[in-house]
Ligand binder design. Structure first.
Ligand code: SF4
Length: 379
């Protein structure tokens, strides 16, 4: 091992020790839970309590980066003449009686009007447009615990060097949510019973993909045996030819039928897709018998059919009606959220199906997409 390698080893060891020390300051005690996690999947919190995983090297580096940024922000604020830092890393507790939320407030500031506010700092790789619900829950915990009215959520984009802040005002309705969530978590922990797969129910599949416990949880486990073979199917231009729907949408918007959608202005493109992914011209879709027969043949060979489609969730009812009309006996359907890119969504679901114990026997999708999926998944 050369000198640089030894140095790297020492650095990694140091981060791990720092992380261990931090953990010792937050021992796992029944009835005492963390504000920073209370907005996370309840099942994940349960696993964290009973079977904590050793953090990956990547997570440890992210932890160290976050710590460094927190410290520098406190220093920066102390230097400013606008606000005064009253405390940092301040321990506090929101007590619900039998159970409580116990954590440390990042920073308490006194602003120009001598009013106190809590600052919660989040280091991110991309600034959110809205504050994340789990961060709001964390900050609301501190506001209620310290009986303060004002909070600031500061997002620090470590990649692009950008900052964003959101004002959060103490909200009594959120206090009820916090109490309810802590109660549910507590009951499951006391009774050693896994909570529901909250992120699956909310269809927050990317949360599952990033979850350390996905292999234990098996988030997409269905009513079919582990090890079963699955055929993944798209609807658009696989089971149904959507060409006529596309044409009708282009005509309605007075667009040339041969236009390249990538070339048009973004607001017009948005109008097109809002129309295309609606029920208005859905009846124009035509069955692609060759692919429908292929899917049914798979079904007869005991493969389970799982639909993963680019269609958004708002089309769910109409889509299910179409699938019933086509006679497709599917096991499960996954529909994209508006903010997900189709390919990334499909990749996430396929990975989660594999992690949940299923074998992907075949994928039926448009040629271009299929190539990309196979390349990204090494299939
Ligand atoms: S895999 Fe998903 S549902 Fe399961 S614990 Fe993790 S976040 Fe929750």
């Amino acid at each position: 091992m050369n000198y640089a390698e030894k140095f790297l080893e020492a650095l990694k060891k140091g981060i791990l020790i720092l992380h261990e020390k931090e953990k010792e300051e937050h021992p796992r005690i029944i009835g005492k839970y963390h504000p920073s996690s209370i907005g996370d999947c309840l099942r994940k919190q349960y696993y964290e309590f009973y079977m904590e995983e050793t953090p990956s090297e990547e997570k440890l580096v992210i932890f160290a980066t976050g710590k460094g940024i927190h410290e520098i922000i406190t220093k920066i604020l102390k230097e400013s003449n606008v606000t005064q830092v009253e405390a940092s890393e301040f321990e506090t507790e929101l007590d619900f009686g039998e159970y409580k939320l116990h954590g440390r407030v990042d920073i308490i500031i006194l602003n120009v009007d001598s009013e106190k506010a809590i600052v919660e700092v989040k280091t991110v790789s991309k600034l959110p447009k809205e504050p994340l619900q789990k961060h709001i829950l964390q900050l609301q915990t501190y506001l209620h615990a310290l009986k303060l009215n004002n909070g600031i959520l500061l997002y620090w984009d470590k990649r692009k060097g950008k900052l964003e802040t959101f004002s959060i005002v103490k909200d009594d309705n959120i206090l009820n949510i916090l109490k309810e969530r802590t109660h549910v978590l507590h009951e499951h922990i006391v009774n050693k019973k896994e909570p529901v797969k909250e992120m699956v129910l909310k269809e927050e599949f990317f949360e599952c993909l990033n979850c350390e416990y996905k292999e234990i949880c098996k988030p997409l486990k269905m009513d079919i045996e582990e090890g079963s073979e699955i055929v993944v199917l798209e609807i658009e231009n696989v089971l149904l030819n959507t060409e006529k729907r596309k044409e009708a949408c282009l005509k309605e918007l007075n667009l040339d039928l041969n236009i390249d959608l990538k070339e048009i202005d973004s607001s017009l493109r948005e109008q097109f897709f809002n129309l295309y992914y609606s029920e208005k011209y859905l009846s124009y879709d035509e069955p692609i018998h060759e692919n429908i027969d292929k899917a049914l043949k798979y079904y007869m060979q005991n493969k389970s059919l799982v639909i993963i489609t680019n269609r958004p969730k708002k089309m769910k009812k109409a889509t299910i009606d179409q699938l019933i009309d086509l006679g497709i006996p599917y096991e499960q359907i996954f529909m994209r959220n508006d903010f997900h890119k189709g390919l990334e969504f499909k990749l996430a679901i396929i990975k989660l199906l594999q992690l949940s114990g299923y074998k992907i026997y075949d994928i039926m999708d448009e040629e271009k997409t299929l190539k990309k999926i196979k390349k990204r998944l090494n299939l």
